[in-house]
Design a protein around this ligand. Structure first.
Ligand SMILES: NC(=O)c1ccc[n+]([C@@H]2O[C@H](COP(=O)([O-])OP(=O)(O)OC[C@H]3O[C@@H](n4cnc5c(N)ncnc54)[C@H](O)[C@@H]3O)[C@@H](O)[C@H]2O)c1
Ligand SMILES: O=CCCC(=O)O
Length: 495
């Protein structure tokens, strides 16, 4: 087993052991749950396992707070958001350590995520004063029409473990910018980053009831149900699997909730023979192994044109063989562990299926029991046939499946042959290829000649069963507003 690592924090107060409701830290609960370091298996925190009455309390607090928060100016909300950005930036090292500790990703990736997460608060600090409506020329003589973008109300936010900080700020930043209040339910495997964000909100002076965090391991589905069914909650924003998204959508029917869903992906990464090969290999590595493959936009299948597939595979595998896998907080480690041992099962199943169907093993990889049950060294397969499961389903782990293709028409058909459509990548120096292929891909995002495109300025979201709504960018705040149209009639003729 890897040695346990006890990180030292410059600001120990960032590590919380209580929920945060209506500006108070709530520890009382009949039950508790443990948060473990996925690398060493050690318990790193014990938190209240709240029951559904805590969600009701948080919803009531957020509903009450909304009454005054919606009246604040965008300029005032910008001050709070900027302060939160500054605090996150100041404590990036501590927050990154905490995140890596509970999630298993390397410290470099942990700190990187904190900077990425903070950038959404900065972005929305800049958007908050500019949530404007429009004036519209009426078709009726004597009428005047204008619109306002009003905050939708209390927002329920449900987030996954793979980005314990950034998935929260990308939603909460937009919600607060619009004037909404939030009730956040983090994943019970990575709640410490969410609680640290509550601490940041408190320190920034965000009013009580505006930013609430509820905690549960045992009652997660009930929490989700309550957020979907409460008439006081006007919107639910969810990032996670397509399967859970479908449950939440059904549950939201009774209140016709406004929804934003960022769900599963199955990203194709396409390398054409005219691509800059060094660049394509480096970017493909960064894309495939971000979070050790546990990212919704990680390449799930690499389509490489036949004429260059052997060279590409050799260069790619050489880099994979240099990975240093270990405890994410240990110096020199490039890649940490998976979130839990179960996450390895799908990697193994997809690898076995592809090999059974004729794929060739280039890097064997496999479990690393000497490090611990959540460790897996990446597997690289080439000549994977298009009928392998990995081309249709998201693996969400360190399996790299390289599939040969011949023509642009063929690869576009294969890339689109899936029920989801989040991100796609293509590498080519030919501008015709870049335009025509990116237009034909059925995904919400296409990344050309770069393997990591995520940043606060890019509208993030999918099509098909990857969900709907866009986060970040100039569009992100729209999902947290409703358009109020005001018509003034009977005005005299224009002078
Ligand atoms: N599109 C995106 O932006 C994006 C980002 C990150 C992850 N994802 C997707 O998330 C999935 C991996 O995350 P996961 O395994 O944690 O997903 P998941 O759907 O199992 O869990 C996501 C969150 O929902 C909670 N949850 C589970 N069941 C629930 C229920 N019935 N009611 C309410 N909440 C419930 C979990 O506790 C967790 O906090 C992958 O499919 C990945 O592609 C998508
Ligand atoms: O896992 C999904 C989110 C990843 C990202 O924001 O780039």
């Amino acid at each position: 087993m890897v040695e346990s690592v006890q990180p030292k924090f410059a600001r120990q107060e960032l590590v919380k052991d209580a929920a945060y409701i209506n500006g108070k830290w709530v520890k009382e609960s009949d039950a508790t749950f443990e948060v473990t370091d996925p690398a060493s298996g050690e318990v790193i925190a014990t938190l209240p396992d709240q029951d559904v009455s805590a969600v009701d309390e948080a919803i009531d607090a957020a509903y009450e707070a909304f009454g005054s928060f919606k009246k604040t100016t965008g300029r005032q909300r910008a001050v709070w958001l900027r302060k939160m950005y500054e605090l996150m930036t100041e404590h990036a090292e501590d927050l990154g350590k905490l995140l890596s500790w509970e999630n298993g990703k390397s410290l470099a990736e942990g700190v990187g995520e904190i900077k990425y997460a903070a950038s959404f608060y900065e972005w929305y600090a800049e958007e908050a004063p500019r949530v404007n409506g429009t004036t519209i020329n009426s078709a009726v003589p004597g009428n005047r029409v204008f619109t306002q973008r009003q905050p939708v109300g209390v927002c329920g936010i449900i987030c996954p473990w793979n980005f314990p900080s950034a998935m929260i700020t990308r939603k909460a930043g937009a919600a607060l910018a619009a004037g909404c209040t939030v009730v956040l339910k983090p994943d019970s495997q990575t709640p410490l980053s969410a609680l640290a964000l509550a601490h940041v909100a408190e320190k920034a002076g965000v009013p009580p009831g505006v930013f609430n965090v509820v905690l549960s391991h045992t009652h997660t589905p009930e929490f989700g149900l309550r957020l979907c069914e409460s008439p006081k909650v006007k919107k639910v924003s969810f990032t996670g699997s397509t399967a859970v998204g479908k449950i939440l959508m059904k549950q939201s029917a009774s209140t016709l909730k406004k929804l934003s869903f960022e769900l599963g992906g199955n990203a194709p990464l396409i390398v054409f023979e005219d691509a800059d090969l060094d660049k394509a290999v480096n970017e493909a590595i960064a894309c495939k192994f971000r979070g050790l493959g546990q990212t919704c936009v990680c390449a799930n299948r690499l389509y490489v044109q036949k004429s260059i597939i052997d060279k590409f595979t050799a260069m790619f595998s050489e880099k994979v063989n240099k990975f240093v896998i270990g405890h994410g907080l240990k110096e020199g480690v490039t890649h940490g562990c998976l979130i839990n041992p179960d996450a390895i099962k799908k990697v193994e199943a997809h690898a076995k299926d592809a090999i059974d169907k004729g794929a060739k093993v280039v890097v064997k990889g496999g479990r690393l029991p000497e490090l611990g049950p959540s460790f897996y060294s990446p597997t690289v397969l080439t000549n994977v046939p298009q009928d392998a499961d990995v081309t249709k389903q998201e693996t969400f782990g360190p399996l790299c499946a390289i599939v040969p293709f011949e023509t642009a028409e063929e690869v576009v058909k294969w890339a689109n042959d899936t029920n989801v459509g989040l991100a796609a990548y293509l590498f080519s120096k030919n501008v015709d290829t870049i335009y025509t292929v990116s237009e034909a891909l059925e995904t919400g995002m296409v990344s050309c000649n770069t393997g990591v495109f995520s940043e606060c300025a890019v509208p993030f979201g999918g099509v098909k069963e990857s969900g709907f709504g866009r986060e970040g960018s100039l569009h992100g705040v729209e999902d947290y507003t409703v358009i109020k149209s005001t018509v003034i009639g009977g005005l005299p003729e224009r002078l």
